[in-house]
Design a protein around this ligand. Sequence first.
Ligand code: ATP
Ligand code: MN
Length: 149
Amino acid sequence: MISKLLVPTDGSKAAQKAAVYAIELAKQLKASVIVLSVIDRRSFTGQTVPSTRTARHVIEPVEDYLREAAELYAGEIKKLCDKNGVRSQTVITSGHPVEDIVKAASRAKADLIIMGSHGKSALTAAVLGSVTYGVIHKETKIPVLIVRR
Ligand code: ATP
Ligand code: MN
């Protein structure tokens, strides 16, 4: 029985398309949806940014800004769920998208992950985005449904 779907979004068109698909499926299955948006810490931490106090002054406003964006992306999909009478919940995390998607899915006991084949990157020639690639190669029993762009 599929009763809970995890829908990760980076606010891209491809993720939106996957979300529309997920909501349609959730309606048919009478399932609920967990919308997850991960603030990608790789975008502002790492070897180039030392973890000094000065760096934190720089990182915090960036993280706040990215959090606002993540809340907006997740909120848009939640609104679409409301419109369709699908129960939903939004989750925002800060970390690595692949790790957080798999973690959130198992924590929420999701039965299915529905995500886009691609995301925000301009590297549209790749067969599959690296986040989706990472999720399907992770050690997890939760099935993944990939919606083509
Ligand atoms: P890449 O990031 O590898 O350059 P890309 O941006 O085209 O390529 P992905 O990032 O793998 O592709 O995006 C594929 C799907 O993964 C998206 O449609 C979305 O469902 C999910 N995703 C990507 N980034 C995030 C994120 N930060 N938070 C939640 N979901 C994400
Ligand atoms: Mn991406």
